[in-house]
Design a protein around this ligand. Sequence first.
Ligand code: ATP
Ligand code: MG
Length: 196
Amino acid sequence: MKVGIMGGTFDPIHIGHMLAAEAARDTYDLDEVWFMPSHIPPHKEDAGVTGLMRLEMTAEAVADHPSFRTLDWEVQRGGVSYTVDTVRELRDTYPEHEFSFIIGADMVAYLPKWNRIEELAEMLIFIGLNRPETKLSVDELPEFLRQVVVTAEMPLIEISSTLIRDRAASGLSIRYMVPDRVYDYIVRSGIYAVQP
Ligand code: ATP
Ligand code: MG
């Protein structure tokens, strides 16, 4: 089985994440995409938006897609989670699966700075998606990364979690920027102070 891991903070999860995962799945015939919220160290966390709530929003976002799942490992483990450790554990637990890691253009550019990236690059391929502001470019990466980064196309989405948090804080609508079920969760829980 081919599984794409969609990692992120998902504070909140939005349609840019959903489209990136769907484009990766479609382009590379992935059987499943597992959305994995990362744990944020306590000092970085926005007031109220705990790992559990980000996990719950992610679960709402994937609920209607037959091939999308959530993976709670990093949130459950807490502390600082490094992708390389999680991926090693994934490979140990599911030796029969072939894993890839789905990332936006900003993360592609940032790959050389990832913790123990040489080690991680030996374990899976990365699927990079275009995103406004950062050019999706594999050519500028070091040779060992060029060999393990492939790309897929998606419509450019000028939405980030930061934009959504800022809009919510200013009383602006975020409807349709997040999946409907996530919108309902946000209104219901009051996490970003969005009025219905
Ligand atoms: P923040 O503004 O808080 O950093 P974000 O919108 O960048 O949030 P993350 O949780 O940081 O979301 O991103 C998770 C992954 O999704 C990253 O690989 C990121 O590049 C990708 N991603 C996020 N938004 C988009 C988008 N609009 N188009 C393509 N990829 C995206
Ligand atoms: Mg980001």
